[in-house]
Design a protein around this ligand. Structure first.
Ligand code: GAL
Length: 734
């Protein structure tokens, strides 16, 4: 039977290329995921992560029975990995976004073995996305997890499960299994495919003999079910099932692989996108996989949290993994919570030579083979983001995608309107407004906003409000255009970039949230589109001060809310009841409120009183927000996303801090220094002390390997300190 052993602990790391003769004492002990260098959140040079480093892991192989093979599996290492075992070079893998494996068996020695990775994190022009300029950073490191895998010489090489006719009386499951036989002689086995429901209870199974000749065999099984037996994978009820494939011989199970899947039908059509037969207008954001300080080396918890932010905090129903395949943990969470995904191959405007294109095709294959059973994924991006036409190349990417996955459509993200339409969906970055009229359908807007209006969390109110309203206008127009299936904004989070892009400090301030995933007003616009039955949102987009806008004043007051009316008070005085601006935003589920306040309350020379908003739903108060007119910092707010971490040496949570007014509103111009201390078995990662950016910032708390309590204390001049506690529990306990 297959055994998979985590291989994340016990690595040694040296930020330099050395051979096996260099003593371990020169190395630093590390765990995976690992970044090759911890950096500040901005103002660093991308050259700082571009070097060749050496990762070393000494290990005693698990005992192997006759015919068993031992593989090492890496989920992702940036950007090219040359792997050695006991001095034997196993090969070089070029590309940092998809998994790779090596068969170690033939090079194992009794006792201690030494696995070495020379990791080249330079921006090599022979490897996508590089060769020209790129508006994002790849960072470096073995930044995803690794495992050792013991399998029989006949084993399951790949499992792909897809569902059909899910809306009919007879939904079907199709299972395509690739078997690998390294025994040199055919083997007679049986293959058993079981469907398990969300409680892991059996739903159906098939079993049949299979004769595996040399090398590889693909087996196909169909299982027919009754409609009443299956729950559909839907956005508000993402029911997941497990396919368990077992290979059997007379002695019992030889190999087993579990694959999660869901019953759903997703189609982009001329008249819109449909999920399970129902039209679903798509509202989404692009996500880069990079984080402050740690580059791309975010552990599972942070990956999962990003999916939750996009779905639950921002109310999106789709995310584009711009511009490359992203972490398994992020995608797992998308499957679990019902967030659709458009996943694409690595690149940025540039197409390299034939070898480069071949690498691109290899990555496309690896991406689709890794992710094609996931219900969340609804579209494959098979064009280098915003590249020029290359008919032969893009015919090849489309053909490969269709061959590997006959169930999903392809898209190819472009900014050239006249470019060749070789994909199934015309996916276009429309940075203009009003939006273009689609010529080709199905049509999906894959970016808008972005560089056309970079906005920082400390930008003046009028800019921050306009940034949010631009997102509102685009979604309003796209939702009203039947030929547009949806729009995915640029982008969810601010991100680090090269010097050719961004604001000069190597950040593109294009997010609706900042680089720490803390909100700008535009985030409140997205949140306000959430169904109030799920969460009531009420956020005034103002610092509530007379002198911040050009010319002064606070009119109009823009409020993002899913309430159906808002009662406005200034001080004790009731100003009136206001409704959303449905005239300007007729197509949004929840139009912003654009409120003209009576002039007598907001004249110069008269002290502004506190603002109080009461959002009502069907006439009943449902939410309240107050904003202090004195603008004064009253508290240092400190929050951990998680109060419990696993003491495994890699688990992390975000520790966010903000300076707030007396009612808890962030003060965007508070840029004072905050100092954090952690007392207990965990480390703070990030700039500390931190001079706030936009009144807010965050560090990460990384668990060590000892369970216990960590007390985090934050201090800043002139305000009381803030404290929180995070508990570290032993791995496997609870
Ligand atoms: C697009 C590009 C994105 C990002 C964006 C900024 O052209 O696809 O990666 O650079 O512009 O607005």
């Amino acid at each position: 039977m297959r055994t998979v052993l985590a291989f994340n602990d016990g690595w040694l790391y040296l930020p330099q290329q050395v051979d096996d003769s260099v003593p371990d004492s020169r190395f630093e002990p590390v765990r995976l995921p690992h970044t090759n260098v911890v950096l500040p959140h901005h103002n660093f040079d991308n050259a700082e992560y571009q070097f060749i480093s050496t990762y070393r892991r000494r290990f005693s192989p698990p005992p192997l029975q006759a015919g068993q093979r031992l593989y090492v599996d890496f989920e992702g290492a940036m950007l090219a990995s040359t792997v050695w075992l006991n001095g034997a070079r196993l090969g070089e893998v070029r590309g940092g976004f998809t998994p790779f494996s090596f068969d170690l068996t033939d090079h194992l020695v009794p006792g201690e073995n030494l696995l070495t990775v020379h990791l080249d994190s330079r921006e090599r022009p022979d490897i996508p996305p590089y060769g020209f300029v790129v508006d994002y950073l790849t960072f470096g490191g073995i930044y995803r997890e690794a495992a050792l895998r013991v399998v029989d010489e006949v084993h399951l090489a790949d499992v792909f499960v897809h569902t059909h006719d899910v809306l009919s009386q007879q939904p079907r499951v199709v299972i395509e299994t690739a078997l690998r036989n390294l025994a040199g002689a055919p083997r007679d086995l049986a293959i058993r495919c079981e469907l398990l429901d969300g409680d892991q209870l059996p739903l159906a199974h098939v079993e049949e003999p299979v004769s595996v000749p040399g090398e590889r065999l693909t087996a196909r099984h169909d299982i027919a079910l009754q409609a009443g037996d299956v729950r559909l994978w839907a956005l508000d009820d993402p029911a997941l099932y497990t396919l368990r494939v077992t290979l059997l011989d007379e002695g019992g199970a030889v190999d087993r692989v579990d694959t999660r899947f869901g019953f759903r039908e997703a189609r982009f059509e001329a008249g819109g996108f449909t999920l399970n037969g129902q039209r679903l207008p798509l509202i989404g954001l692009n996500r880069h996989q990079t984080y402050p300080y740690i580059g791309a080396a975010a552990p599972a918890r942070l990956q999962r949290r990003d999916a939750e932010i996009i779905k639950w905090d921002l109310g999106c129903n789709i995310v584009r993994t711009s511009h490359y395949p992203q972490s398994r943990h992020f995608l797992d969470r998308c499957d679990e919570i019902g967030l659709l995904v458009f996943e694409e191959i690595p690149g940025w405007q540039h197409i390299g030579d034939e070898a480069w294109k071949q690498l691109s095709l290899d990555t496309l294959r690896a991406m689709i083979e890794r992710d094609r059973s996931r219900p969340a994924i609804v579209l494959w991006g098979v064009r280098i983001n915003e590249s020029a036409d290359d008919e032969a190349f893009y015919r090849a990417t489309n053909a490969l995608a269709h061959q590997l996955d006959p169930t999903r459509q392809t898209g190819g993200v472009r900014y050239i309107w006249e470019s060749q339409f070789l994909e199934d969906v015309f996916t276009f970055n429309d940075f203009g407004f009003p939006l273009r009229e689609p010529v080709h359908t199905p049509y999906l807007i894959t970016e808008f906003g972005g560089h056309t209006f970079p906005t920082k969390t400390w930008d003046a109110e009028e800019r921050a409000v306009e940034h949010a309203l631009r997102h509102a206008r685009v979604h309003n127009q796209q939702l009203g255009a039947p030929a547009i299936t949806g729009a995915i904004g640029w982008c969810a989070f601010d991100y680090n970039t090269h010097q050719e892009f961004g604001s000069g400090d190597h950040i593109c301030y294009h997010g609706v949230m900042d680089i720490f995933r803390l909100p700008k007003y535009a985030a409140a616009f997205y949140a306000s589109q959430i169904d109030p039955a799920r969460r009531v949102v009420l956020q005034a987009a103002t610092v509530w001060s007379m002198g911040d806008r050009s010319g002064g004043g606070v009119n109009p007051l823009v409020v993002f809310s899913n309430c159906d009316a808002i009662e406005v008070f200034i001080g004790e005085e009731r100003i009136g009841r206001f409704e959303p601006d449905r005239a300007t935003f007729p197509h949004l589920p929840h139009a912003p409120f654009v409120i003209a306040l009576p002039q007598q309350h907001i004249t110069w020379g008269r002290a502004l009183a506190d603002l109080r908003l009461i959002g009502t739903l069907a006439g009943q108060p449902a939410a309240e927000q107050r904003i202090a007119a004195d603008g004064l910092p009253r508290a240092l707010a400190l929050a951990a996303d998680d109060r419990e971490l696993v003491a495994d040496g890699v688990d992390m949570t975000r520790i966010a801090f903000r300076i707030v007014d007396r009612y808890g509103n962030r003060l965007p111009y508070a840029n004072q220094v905050v100092t954090l201390e952690a007392d207990g078995p965990a480390d703070l990662i990030g700039e500390n002390p931190f001079a706030l950016a936009g009144g807010q910032a965050a560090l990460y708390l990384r668990a060590r390997c000892t369970p216990g309590e960590v007390r985090i204390r934050a201090t800043t001049p002139r305000l009381p300190p803030a404290e929180i506690t995070v508990t570290l529990r032993a791995p496997g306990s609870g």
